[in-house]
Design a protein around this ligand. Structure first.
Ligand SMILES: Nc1ncnc2c1ncn2[C@@H]1O[C@H](COP(=O)(O)OP(=O)(O)O)[C@@H](O)[C@H]1O
Ligand SMILES: [Mg+2]
Length: 218
């Protein structure tokens, strides 16, 4: 199993958000997790991303349990990407040295090529404070290019198109298809229609995960 959660319980202060969650995801499997707002979807994804220390249960990602190692195995695209006040290039590489070929492949797959070509300074254009000079769709595609360039085996998506209008969301979906091809994917959302190619879909309700078909908790 590429991702294995066993009896993971998570609380913010006194408030129990996740209650003995079990989840197993095979290599290259695409899993969707549906749930209403406030149900704990982002919290669950952040645990799988190695951003939160869990107090109960185990979370094993690509065979790793320590947070630093887990973070190297995953690339995350969130709902609202805050870009760094740097160039598009630096936002994609995050300061890691990468070949031009790797960067341009990521730009192309993230559907950013024609927009970047239209900018006077191209990929070295500055995105502004908190990405203020780019639209929401462009910011999401930069985040997708960053995830593609990282080339991690596991892709975690947290409502990556929900802040976008339909037309913009379509272009971002194409980029997401390129990002997720051949990867292990966990995609959390409150909208079932955004789960376009999942092998299985679970519901997150009351801190528990349910199989959408059998209705029993897993
Ligand atoms: N850092 C935090 N500190 C305290 N409570 C939080 C924090 N983050 C989220 N919560 C609470 O945890 C619950 C689940 O949040 P979240 O995982 O963001 O749900 P979802 O992504 O499904 O909307 C919500 O009630 C939210 O208010
Ligand atoms: Mg959320």
């Amino acid at each position: 199993m590429e991702i294995l959660l066993n009896k993971v319980t998570f609380t913010y202060g006194e408030k129990k958000i996740l209650d003995e969650i079990n989840l197993s995801v095979r290599k290259q499997e695409h899993v969707g997790i549906l749930g209403s707002s406030g149900g704990g979807k982002s919290t669950l994804l952040k645990i799988i991303a190695g951003l939160y220390e869990i107090t109960e249960g185990t979370c094993i990602v690509s065979g790793c349990q320590d947070l630093d190692s887990i973070r190297k195995q995953v690339a995350v695209v969130m709902q609202n990407t805050s870009l760094f006040p740097m160039s598009i290039r630096d936002n994609i590489t995050c300061g890691h040295s990468m070949s031009e070929e790797r960067i341009s492949k990521a730009v192309e797959a993230a559907q950013l090529e024609s927009w970047i070509d239209s900018l006077p300074e191209g990929i070295d254009s500055y995105v502004g404070e908190r990405g203020g000079k780019v639209s929401g769709g462009q910011a999401q595609r930069i985040a997708i290019a960053r995830a593609i360039a990282k080339d991690a085996p596991i892709i975690l998506l947290d409502e990556p198109t929900s802040a976008l209008d339909d037309e913009t969301a379509k272009a971002v979906m194409l980029a997401l298809e390129n990002l997720t091809k051949g990867k292990t994917v966990v995609h959390v959302t409150h909208r079932v229609e955004t789960l376009w190619d999942c092998d299985c879909i679970y519901d997150l309700r009351g801190g528990k995960l349910y199989d959408t078909k059998s209705k029993s908790s897993i």
